[in-house]
Design a protein around this ligand. Structure first.
Ligand code: HEC
Length: 242
């Protein structure tokens, strides 16, 4: 049994290390709302690579600035690429949903709450799940959203993984990926880059998460001290009864 498991694990390793998402199952983004540097990099990548099509209308630039330790001027310089938009504005783009529907068949959805709705690991796996599929209009498909209408906008960074198919029980199945066409980043760099974006999207979906976790620790400490005091009080009350 043990040897069988070892063989199974060894057989799976090459598929996972090929620089693409696993065929089934999720990758773990391991998001961290306290990692400000990751969040800052993620915010910049999001503004650069995603906001051409997507908006985050429930978020304001100056809120991002405050939470991520940036000034309004930083935000205007590094995150805002549209004329006339200021730090007080919401993260909106110039594309109307009619344009998007004309171009991609579906409107690019607002991404403010996506990490909350689907979970950060889903987003991370999606960003790592693009692969070549000549049968699709854009030449790519995705392991998370099959027949996706979003182009692989990070292709120049990741490259484009090729699907590896094998015949299993007389049926052709997708068993893994091979990165024949490499991008500007190594697979590890690309994973870090997409983790930063995911981390930022997770922050956007719940901006108070870091604060909530910090407060949670104080609440626990407080309850612990209270427990001690209550115990002493109980002893005091009962000492004459026995
Ligand atoms: C060229 C336009 C375009 C760009 C740029 C773009 N997307 Fe998309 N995205 C789309 C479209 C269109 C869809 C809808 C896909 C579908 O439903 O098949 C989509 C869907 C998504 C979804 C799925 C949302 C859901 O709730 O189903 C996520 C997540 C997403 N995009 C993230 C990103 C991120 C992160 C970036 C930046 C790295 C990005 N997108 C850049 C067009 C774009």
């Amino acid at each position: 049994m043990k040897t069988f498991l070892m063989i199974l694990i060894l057989a799976l390793v090459p598929a996972l290390s090929a620089g693409a998402a696993p065929v089934n199952g999720k990758m773990s983004a391991d998001v961290d709302p306290h990692d400000k540097e990751s969040l800052q990099r993620g915010a910049q990548a999001f503004a650069n690579y995603c906001m051409a099509c997507h908006q985050a209308e429930l978020m304001r630039y100056n809120r991002v600035a405050r939470d991520l330790g940036l000034s309004d001027e930083d935000v205007e310089e590094f995150l805002i690429f549209m004329p006339g938009v200021q730090a007080v504005d919401v993260m909106r783009n110039a594309m109307t949903s009619e344009d998007a529907e004309d171009w991609f068949g579906v409107a690019a959805p607002d991404l403010t709450m996506t990490a909350r709705r689907h979970g950060p690991d889903w987003v991370y796996t999606f960003l790592n799940g693009f692969y070549r599929d000549e049968g699709r209009p854009l030449g790519v498909n995705n392991t998370v959203i099959s027949n996706v209408s979003m182009p692989h906008v990070l292709q120049e960074l990741q490259g484009l993984p090729d699907p590896v198919r094998e015949e299993v029980n007389g049926e052709e199945r997708l068993v893994g990926f091979e990165l024949n066409e490499a991008g500007m980043m190594s697979p590890a760099e690309y994973r870090r880059f997409t983790r930063d974006i995911t981390n930022f999207m997770d922050y956007m979906a719940e901006p108070v998460k870091a604060e909530r976790q910090r407060l949670g620790v104080y609440v626990l400490i407080f309850l612990f001290i209270l427990l001690g005091i209550t115990y002493l009080l109980k002893k005091e009350y009962w000492k004459d009864v026995h």
